[in-house]
Design a binder for this molecule. Structure first.
Ligand code: ADP
Ligand code: ADP
Ligand code: MG
Length: 461
């Protein structure tokens, strides 16, 4: 069935992105919003808008009944969940189908299976994808945890089976740490994710976070190469690139093939991301998880492959086969994305909502700014602090970094503190230019380099 209308069950910059993709496909758009979001940009751009409840996400964007009722009332064919919120909620995907509508994403069963990070490790192993050494399955007691350590050794990571967004992860350096952290981690996971299940993974030191974009239609499975997302704070990505520039060609080939094998194993449908840690010294990569949705950093892949991932996931959900064949997916040039958050990096990344007094968006070849902002917009304090993503493309990584610096200087967001100064400093950093970084790099750099540079503000640019 062709999708003629869809409901956008999300907010912020990704809602804008989905509305624009749907419009390009000639699809009518209905945008949901909470009471705090009546004036958000996606509401202004969509054909229709529906108020689904109070500001608290639990009562609006996470309220399955309210979202389904809005979809029914608006008479749409399909629902796009974006990222975060209900995007990886298998019950939601099932409820959308049960209401006779199309869920734009994988089947509920695939979300359920891959969303359990322990079950996903088993799927990966079945598909021949190397996983991080660790516990065989869930560890439900401290004794089982001790057994898990025997497999992997210290330091070890205690991870929540249902975790996400960088939360639900702890490191234990020795047995005493493990004894102390284990019960706490379990009760925290239960409170945060409704599932106290834990598993253990060896800590891969100085690793890079490399992830592969996959697309499937249930019969054909392809990859759109990889992204490098090692610049992280609190295990959340801050800056992403495509491709992963230091990856040897033979490793890239194996890595991407392993992601396709995993997609085939579950007959994947839609867009997804297979995440890995890559150890440059041993040239080994290890599966960590699958995200069964569009990802925040998808634009860098779009810039280097020319594929519109959001349009493709809508087409596939409507029953069309993939519009691209593997042999047609080629890499061209280099792309970098900076996440622009309403946070003040000079004040410990304190959230800084406010009103945008003036907005100047840089323009030019290879520059894209995916955003929820407009002049006069007041950022509500209830949600994620992501305001937009500055994405820059050029033929080479060096040229991309140069273009990024000028684009960042040209981006003016007056009225709110943002992470732009952080990105300017990163774009000017020698280690970043050499590509000499890993997943723990940014936190150390923030303490040493950025703290020094942040003092006299003029030095940052
Ligand atoms: P990406 O690689 O797309 O950035 P993230 O893991 O950062 O993926 O998640 C994107 C969004 O979804 C963020 O807003 C994050 O906080 C949220 N998120 C992801 N997983 C979960 C989860 N299990 N529970 C709550 N929020 C989540
Ligand atoms: P989430 O579901 O919250 O995104 P992930 O399992 O994807 O959790 O891990 C998030 C980040 O935590 C990774 O990008 C990496 O920086 C770090 N990490 C996760 N597992 C390991 C590990 N075994 N060793 C070292 N770092 C890890
Ligand atoms: Mg992850």
């Amino acid at each position: 069935m062709t999708i003629r209308s869809l409901l956008v069950a999300n907010r912020g910059e990704i809602a804008v992105r989905i509305v624009k993709a749907a419009k390009a496909l000639g699809i009518r758009t209905v945008q949901v919003h909470s009471a705090a979001d009546a004036d958000m940009l996606a509401v202004r751009l969509a054909d229709e808008a529906v108020d689904i409840g109070p500001p608290a996400a639990k009562k609006s964007y996470l309220n399955i009944e309210a979202v389904i009722a809005a979809a029914r009332a608006a008479g749409v064919d399909a629902v796009h969940p974006g990222y975060g919120f209900l995007s990886e909620n298998a019950d939601f995907a099932d409820a959308v189908e049960a209401a006779g509508l199309i869920f734009i994403g994988p089947k509920g069963d695939a979300i359920r299976l891959l969303g359990d990070k322990v079950a996903a490790r088993e799927v990966a192993a079945r598909a021949g994808v190397p996983t991080v050494p660790g516990s065989a399955g869930r560890v439900s007691s401290i004794d089982e945890a001790r057994d898990g350590v025997a497999q992997a050794g210290f330091p070890i990571m205690i991870k929540a089976a249902a975790g996400g967004g960088g939360r639900g992860i702890r490191i234990a350096a020795d047995m005493a740490d493990l004894d102390r952290h284990f019960p706490q981690a379990s009760s925290e996971a239960l409170a945060a994710f409704g599932d106290g299940g834990l598993y253990l993974e060896k800590v891969i030191g100085k690793a890079r976070h490399v992830e592969v974009q996959i697309l499937g239609d249930g019969k054909n499975f392809i990859h759109c190469f990889e992204r490098e997302c090692s610049l992280q704070r609190r295990r959340q990505k801050v800056w992403e690139e495509a491709p992963s520039f230091l990856l040897p060609a033979d490793v890239r080939e194996k890595l991407c093939a392993s992601a396709v094998a995993l997609a085939r194993e579950v007959k994947y449908s839609g867009a997804g991301t297979v995440e890995y840690l890559y150890d440059e010294d041993s040239r080994e990569f290890y599966f960590i998880e699958v995200n069964t949705r569009i990802q925040v950093e998808h634009p860098v892949t779009e810039m280097v492959t020319g594929i519109d991932l959001v349009q493709e996931m809508i087409r596939v959900a409507g029953g069309a086969p993939l519009s691209v064949r593997q042999e047609d997916v080629a890499l061209r040039g280099h792309a970098i994305e900076c996440r622009i958050n309403a946070e003040d990096p000079a004040r410990g990344f304190m959230p800084a909502p406010g009103t945008v007094r003036r907005l100047v968006v840089p323009e030019g070849e290879g520059i894209r700014f995916d955003t929820m902002l407009y002049e006069g917009y007041t950022i509500p304090p209830f949600y994620d602090s992501l305001l937009g993503k500055l994405v820059v493309w050029a033929e080479t990584r060096d040229a991309c970094l140069d273009r990024l610096r000028s684009a960042l200087r040209g981006l003016v967001i007056d009225g709110v503190a943002t992470t732009v100064p952080l990105h300017l400093a990163l774009a000017a950093d020698d280690s970043v230019r050499r590509g000499d970084f890993h997943t723990r790099f940014l936190e150390g750099w923030l303490d040493e380099v950025f703290a020094r540079q942040a003092q006299p503000k003029a030095e940052v640019a």
